[in-house]
Write a protein that binds this ligand. Structure first.
Ligand SMILES: C[S@@+](CC[C@H](N)C(=O)[O-])C[C@H]1O[C@@H](n2cnc3c(N)ncnc32)[C@H](O)[C@@H]1O
Length: 198
């Protein structure tokens, strides 16, 4: 797992480039969350909360979940500095053990690529969702220029759709929404968003 890497980078994670990329992601996801004022959202692999905290005004509650305590410390500090009253953090790694949590929406932004067993984590997220709940994933499209032993080099739409469907998700939508320079391990890359219903 990439944990140690993320523990070490937590205090320096919010660079200008990452903040800019997060803004692009937030802009894409916000319309998906219209009519979600009564809903609970889990941001899985939230990091410092760049995405989840910028969605907190659209939902009833946000739980930032991460397997890096340092990332969560940074997120906690932001929550108190910004006076956000409906957001909390919790430490967990669902690939090891999934706590008894439930949510109406699970969001996972730029995390799936760091988890070796895609089907297993999607199964865990399926179990965490309430019936009728929505899973939203943002990640990189398959990219042959990227090659790293611990990171998936993105995902093809067809293979991810198949895994989501095998896990039990319905109404699976997936689209590429952004192309950027040097955004994936220093390579030009594109990002997709997928939403599906339990
Ligand atoms: C690239 S960062 C993305 C942070 C945030 N979602 C964003 O888009 O700005 C990946 C995050 O996933 C977390 N992570 C990696 N593997 C994880 C796992 N198995 N369970 C929970 N979090 C994990 C890391 O600690 C890190 O905070």
């Amino acid at each position: 797992m990439e944990n140690n890497v993320f523990e070490q980078m937590a205090n320096k994670y919010d660079t200008e480039e990452r903040i800019e990329l997060a803004k692009v992601i937030v802009k894409e996801v916000r319309p998906e969350l219209r009519n979600s004022k009564s809903k609970s959202l889990i941001d899985y692999g939230s990091g410092t909360g760049l995405i989840g905290l910028d969605l907190s005004d659209l939902v009833d509650s946000v739980l930032l979940v991460d397997s890096s305590k340092q990332m969560l410390e940074v997120a906690k500090e932001k929550i108190s500095r910004k006076g956000i009253i409906n957001s909390k953090v919790t430490y967990a790694d669902f690939t090891e053990e999934t706590p008894k949590l439930k949510a109406d929406i699970v969001l996972m932004s730029l995390v799936l690529l760091h988890i070796p067993d895609t089907k297993k984590i999607l199964r865990e997220l399926y179990n965490v969702l309430n019936n009728g709940g929505t899973l939203i994933i943002i990640d990189f499209d398959k990219n042959d220029k990227v090659n790293h032993p611990k990171v998936h080099n993105g995902f093809s739409h067809e293979s991810l759709k198949k895994i989501l469907s095998d896990v039990g998700f319905k109404s699976i939508k997936i689209k590429t929404f952004y192309h950027g320079n040097r955004i994936f391990m220093n390579q030009d890359a594109s990002m997709f968003v997928t939403s599906s219903i339990k």
